[in-house]
Write a protein that binds this ligand. Structure first.
Ligand SMILES: [Zn+2]
Length: 383
């Protein structure tokens, strides 16, 4: 269902009910398609940990095959972006673990969101390493709802369990610069590049502001046909916070357009535990900026490019909802690799209008319509 970007259980069942589709599917994949209701029964019973473990094994094998090797930061650290996204909202309580929000007029909504750690690359891959659901404990005897920060403690333990020796650089947004996160990274031997917003880490920011005039700087110019870009990198080392010292990194990007459009200026500031030098400051700031790929190539692709992340695949069962989520992550990982395979890239290059969305439509059309001459006996399929 997710690999074919079928968008719902019903759409999957409709294709499955076509004899031609079943026959072609069996011819290529050598197994039968179960009814979506049968799958749903299994997913309600299956512990979500099982699929999470399977996903971790699949990612580990890709890492072992050195698929992400050339994208590592400083030649050794895999970039792992951490961020949360909403997956479902309900008007009525959906399960005991639902998070709740009550509006001013007294209406309560029930919702679920998940904290993700995705391995990202500058080429645009966003592969789920581990997922942690932000969830309330069963029963109603808890003081405070679960939140992204608490989920990060559990997520990091999961990453360490599944990838104990992986060299990791954590990328995260302005919710993450705090001692809990710094301690976890320190304990696990991870490096980090975390966005600093105004209001974050007051004493750290104050000291950086005071010393800013003395910061080491590096400027880079890039130009193309439509614009000229100036990137000004600056850094400071040994700024104390808590019991440790960190580095401060700033990148100011100015883009001047040839056609006279008003110039755009953006400023990015990071805190990192990697001591900065003239050699690594550009790589640090540029890697920090790759964080947005978890939102774009990750969440946005899963919500809007055929995977329907926010579709309610299970309205009644919390384990099933988590299992659909894990299966979606695995399918998205497989498809990202397929979409970059030589065969698919060659088809996309044939003419400029050919898109991935259109290619997947043709794939379904082929499976549904193509009448194969040879007779293939398909084993009995119930339902
Ligand atoms: Zn729920």
């Amino acid at each position: 269902m997710f690999i074919f970007k079928e968008t719902s259980r019903n759409a999957y069942n409709n294709d499955r009910s076509e004899a031609c589709f079943r026959k072609n599917f069996y011819r290529h994949f050598k197994f039968n398609l179960p009814h979506a209701d049968a799958v749903d029964d299994v997913l309600r019973d299956l512990s979500p940990e099982q699929l999470e473990t399977l996903k971790a094994h699949l990612v580990s094998s890709l890492i072992e095959q050195k698929l992400f090797r050339k994208y590592r930061f400083l030649g050794q650290y895999h970039l792992i972006a951490v961020d949360a996204t909403g997956i479902a909202t309900f008007e009525q309580r959906h399960c005991e673990q639902c998070l709740t929000k009550t509006s001013k007029n007294g209406t309560t909504t029930y919702f679920h969101y998940v904290l993700e750690a995705k391995l990202i690359t500058s080429s645009g891959l966003a592969v789920s390493l581990a997922s942690e659901f932000v969830e309330n404990p069963a029963g109603d005897d808890f003081q405070k709802q679960d939140c992204e920060q608490k989920a990060f403690v559990r997520l990091s333990a999961k990453i360490k369990k599944y990838f104990p020796r992986l060299l990791i650089c954590i990328l995260a947004d302005g919710l993450y610069p705090n001692n809990t996160v710094f301690d976890i990274c320190d304990k696990n031997g991870w490096i980090f590049i975390i966005t600093l917003k105004e209001g974050n880490l007051k004493t750290f920011n104050q000291e950086a502001e005071l010393l800013k005039a003395t910061a080491r700087k590096r400027t880079v110019y890039r130009a193309n046909k439509t614009s000229r870009k100036t990137l000004e990198y600056a850094y400071l080392n040994n700024i104390e916070y808590g019991k440790r010292c960190y580095s401060w990194v700033e990148c100011e990007e100015t883009i001047v357009y040839v056609d006279g459009t008003s110039p755009s200026v953006q400023r990015f500031v990071y805190i990192t535990n990697i001591p900065q030098t003239n050699e690594n400051v550009m790589g640090t700031a540029d890697s920090g900026r790759l964080r947005w790929k978890i939102e774009n190539e990750g969440f946005n692709a899963q919500k809007n490019l055929g995977y329907e992340l926010e579709h309610k695949f299970s309205r009644v069962s919390y384990p099933a909802m988590q299992n659909y989520y894990q299966l979606l992550q695995i399918a998205h990982m497989i498809n990202q690799l397929v979409e970059r395979s030589k065969q698919v890239v060659d088809i996309l290059m044939e003419h400029s209008k050919q898109t991935i969305v259109d290619l997947w439509k043709k794939l379904i059309a082929y499976l549904t319509m193509f009448q194969c001459e040879e007779s293939i006996p398909i084993p009995y399929q119930p339902g």
